[in-house]
Write a protein that binds this ligand. Structure first.
Ligand code: SF4
Length: 444
């Protein structure tokens, strides 16, 4: 989400006649779009702000993103940062630019702007109407919502981004159609909890009735109906909002990739309750069963993948409770899990809980789960051997191309063909590893 916001920031600055500097040392303005989900990225932002200010006392520094509205951060960085602004308030950024960069009179292009009604009102997300400067020519992130109402005990997002706001469906469709017209092949729908999307629908002649709102499965169906050869991905999903209707849509729509990321966070019901996740292990495992059955019924000839997020060492997590996460991992047989060692974040409910699992203890727990993951990921990858798989080529390093399957597996490709980047190709898988596949370009 921050990456996508930064693409919008870049586009906004260019509209205001600012140009990217070749190096950070040459810049007159540096914007930090900060992440506060863990302590480490926060520390890195502090360190870099300090260094830039030390080396260039005249540079203007702006801080936005997760940590920019925290009082403690503003106090600590008061002498180093010129402006703190919440990402949704481009209005504040515009005023700052007009005052500090007088020669950069706005040359707002009509084509780039849908609605220039900037506001700090939490209910509006007009900053999303700025068409981003996409850093990639064939894969784009399209935010469909921002903010979150869930208040998981460890998470800063509801404080940093505010409450959940969904973007109008017609604006999303318009942005995607425009991307497809420009040759994009993969669209990733973004939101803190895309499963609870509820957006206004104002499209005339749509097959869907014009309602007040549509849900995420209806949105997926509408995007899937857009003509063209492209993939749809989305993140993130919350297990409490994963309905049967949505599982049916995800597992049956042809353009939606066969890769489901469903974060469990912990396999223990008491820990889940303390995390304020609002589901149980049984509910989660039942969802996974339905997802697997959905793929097997609706796309019987396709491989699929399942991934998750797990936090180790949440306050009070006992060894027995931790073992339940290991149990879930053995049951589900994930393709990928993103582990996080619990780190207390200011403002959150868990900030006040006793962080009683030591750092080495958290490391040991993560390592233990990672060993389970290595086994299930390798076993799942065996299904790919000798198969010919669709891959979107992403880049080339040395003599190899690299790309991703619809199931989000990395593939190293041998081919002497030129200009494959950004194209869909068929790859015959000749070798499998834990974290990637290897193969040759399939030519009939
Ligand atoms: Fe954070 Fe929970 Fe919202 Fe995800 S669902 S963004 S973890 S509060």
């Amino acid at each position: 989400m921050n990456f996508s916001d930064s693409e919008r920031l870049a586009s906004f600055l260019e509209e205001n006649n600012l140009k990217p500097a070749k190096q950070i040392t040459e810049a007159n303005l540096v914007i930090f779009n900060s992440c506060g989900v863990r302590k480490m990225p926060e520390d890195r932002a502090f360190g870099q702000i300090h260094n830039i200010r030390k080396n260039n006392p005249n540079v203007k520094i702006i801080l936005t993103g997760c940590i920019s509205q925290r009082k403690d951060v503003q106090l600590t960085l008061a002498k180093k940062v010129n402006l703190f602004f919440p990402i949704k308030n481009f209005d504040k950024l515009k005023k700052f630019i007009n005052i500090n960069f007088k020669n950069t009179k706005s040359k707002l292009k009509k084509s780039k702007i849908e609605n220039r009604n900037f506001t700090s009102d939490n209910k509006k997300i007009d900053y999303l109407s700025t068409i981003p400067s996409y850093t990639n020519k064939f894969q784009a992130n399209v935010p469909i919502m921002t903010g979150c109402d869930n208040f998981c005990a460890y998470c800063v997002v509801p404080y940093a981004r505010g409450r959940e706001v969904s973007r109008e469906a017609d604006k999303i469709i318009k942005e995607i159609k425009n991307l497809l017209k420009n040759g994009f092949r993969e669209i990733t729908l973004l939101g803190q909890n895309v499963n609870s999307y509820k957006g206004e629908l104002n499209i005339k002649n749509s097959k869907l009735k014009i309602n007040d709102t549509i849900n995420f499965s209806q949105l997926l169906k509408m995007i899937n109906e857009i003509p063209g050869d492209f993939r749809i991905r989305f993140m993130s999903s919350h297990p409490k909002d994963m309905s049967d209707e949505l599982i049916q849509a995800i597992t049956s729509l042809d353009k939606v990739c066969e890769s489901v990321h469903l974060p469990i966070q912990s396999g223990d019901d008491t820990v889940l309750k303390n995390m304020n996740r609002k589901y149980t292990r049984k509910h989660y495992l039942n969802l996974i069963k339905k997802v697997k059955a959905g793929f097997e019924i609706n796309k019987p000839h396709k491989l699929y993948s399942i991934s998750s997020d797990i936090i180790v060492g949440f306050p009070g997590e006992t060894k027995a409770q931790f073992e339940k996460s290991a149990f879930v991992m053995r049951q589900v047989k994930y393709d990928m899990v993103y582990f996080g060692q619990f780190s207390p974040r200011p403002q959150t409910a868990a900030w006040k809980m006793k962080d009683n699992v030591t750092k080495p203890g958290k490391e040991r727990r993560e390592k233990y789960l990672n060993e389970i993951l290595k086994k299930t990921a390798l076993a799942n990858n065996k299904k790919y051997l000798d198969k010919t798989i669709d891959v979107l080529v992403e880049n080339k390093k040395g003599e190899f191309y690299f790309g991703k399957t619809r199931t989000f597996k990395n593939v190293r490709i041998i081919s002497d063909q030129k200009n494959l980047i950004g194209k869909f190709v068929k790859v015959k898988i000749t070798k499998i590893n834990i974290w990637n596949l290897e193969g040759k370009l399939y030519e009939k």
